[in-house]
Design a protein around this ligand. Structure first.
Ligand SMILES: C[S@@+](CC[C@H](N)C(=O)[O-])C[C@H]1O[C@@H](n2cnc3c(N)ncnc32)[C@H](O)[C@@H]1O
Length: 286
């Protein structure tokens, strides 16, 4: 879909953008093909973005300035959940060569990149991230961590990443569930696979559930209890829950596994479930 209208919100009022979006796009019924931007110079200067499809805009819509500022705070509050994901990701990839090249697709603020870079001091990273505010936080943290010389940060999607030497591994943590269309989601993983060497590793995790099952409503109660420990207000949790199935493709674990396989990877192995978060690793056939 192409946008008929762009609303630009001054940087100081960036917090309004999400509310405005909810008013204009109620419950997934996109009344007007409207896009909402905060006045980030890097975004406004790029006319190519105006031609993007609605699905491509999701990450910018969600991962705006406000989100980027609060993302790490929430991650810190949810640190016990994140710890197992980070530990397992490092364990899965620990046999990679000392000078491995790792692609972080949807790197966000660097939540997986920074711990991996600290643990494996010879590894080099390429972070791909379409949200300018998220990438900016990532850039700052990369510089503060003293790892900038081992990192390439790419603002955009994977398809615009210049060709380079093959990667030994890739991460896509909490990313693919934002791709609503199944074929696009397969394409996302296929795009990652094409950048990996034969035998290269993918570590991926997404929110996943069989929303038609009775377990789902039970698990949502647990999810809410987890969010409460992170001081997420009830109305924010309601918005989160409403977004599941509408803005977040909450698919049963077997379907996500099937999507990864359809993208050309060997059989994905589920290594994690923390609440709604499910993790898989898979390899490009050697
Ligand atoms: C929930 S964050 C996860 C960030 C990080 N991987 C982590 O584990 O904290 C999802 C990120 O994926 C990015 N994203 C969304 N769709 C994407 C796509 N198709 N390709 C690459 N990144 C995408 C968003 O901009 C956002 O920064």
């Amino acid at each position: 879909m192409h946008f008929v209208c762009t609303i630009v919100i001054p940087r100081g009022f960036a917090g309004l953008s999400r509310e405005l979006w909810y008013v204009l796009n109620r419950r997934g019924t996109e009344i007007l093909p409207v896009r909402i931007l905060t006045a980030e110079p890097a975004w406004l200067g790029n006319t190519k973005r105006m031609k993007m499809k609605m699905s491509d805009q999701k990450s910018e819509k969600f991962f705006d300035q406000t989100c980027a500022s609060g993302y790490d705070q929430l991650q810190t509050k949810l640190a016990p959940l994140r710890a197992s994901l980070d530990a397992l990701t490092a364990a899965i990839l620990s046999d990679l060569p000392a000078d491995a090249r790792v692609l972080c697709a949807g790197a966000g603020t660097g939540a997986e990149l920074i711990p991996l870079a600290r643990k494996f001091p010879g590894w080099r990273f390429t972070a791909v991230e379409p949200s300018a505010p998220m990438l900016e936080v990532c850039r700052r943290k990369v510089e503060e961590s003293g790892i900038a010389d081992r990192c390439v940060l790419h603002g955009g999607y994977l398809d615009s990443l210049p060709a380079s030497e093959e990667f030994d591994a890739a991460t896509a943590l909490l990313v693919s569930h934002f791709i609503l269309d199944r074929a696009d989601r397969v394409r996302f993983f296929r795009g990652i696979g094409k950048r990996l060497r034969p035998g290269g590793w993918l570590v991926s995790c997404d929110l996943s559930a069989d929303t038609s099952s009775s377990e789902y409503s039970s698990l949502l109660d647990v999810w809410w209890n987890i969010m409460k420990t992170a001081e997420v207000p009830p109305e924010a949790f309601d918005r989160m829950r409403e977004s599941y199935g509408r803005d977040v493709a909450l698919l049963p674990p077997g379907e996500v596994q099937g999507i990864i396989s359809s993208a050309g990877f060997g059989r994905p192995v589920q290594f994690l479930q923390t609440g709604l978060i499910h993790g898989w690793y898979a390899r490009v056939p050697a």
